[in-house]
Design a protein around this ligand. Structure first.
Ligand SMILES: [Ca+2]
Ligand SMILES: [Ca+2]
Length: 81
């Protein structure tokens, strides 16, 4: 039986799940920024569980709040995505 080291497992994991580039405003992580992300962001705020979701901090000020919803909506309306 083959013995795998930690490094082997890590290499395999990285191969299976390459670090994808984070898409601006992609709160739900489906690879696109759209109205669903606004919904997801609002729901996350209402649930109070926005921790650990960097994408939820749309305006990148270190906090997740209603300003990020506004920023995301403005970004989507701007058509720059
Ligand atoms: Ca999305
Ligand atoms: Ca923010």
């Amino acid at each position: 039986m083959v013995q795998y080291t930690y490094d082997d497992w890590q290499a395999m994991y990285v191969g299976l799940y390459p670090k994808h580039e984070q898409i601006y405003g992609d709160v739900n992580g489906d690879g696109k920024a759209n109205i669903e992300d606004v919904t997801e962001l609002i729901n996350a705020l209402l649930r109070g569980n926005t921790a650990g979701n960097d994408a939820a901090d749309v305006n990148d000020d270190g906090r997740v709040n209603i300003d990020d919803v506004t920023t995301l909506i403005n970004y989507l309306l701007s058509g720059k995505h």
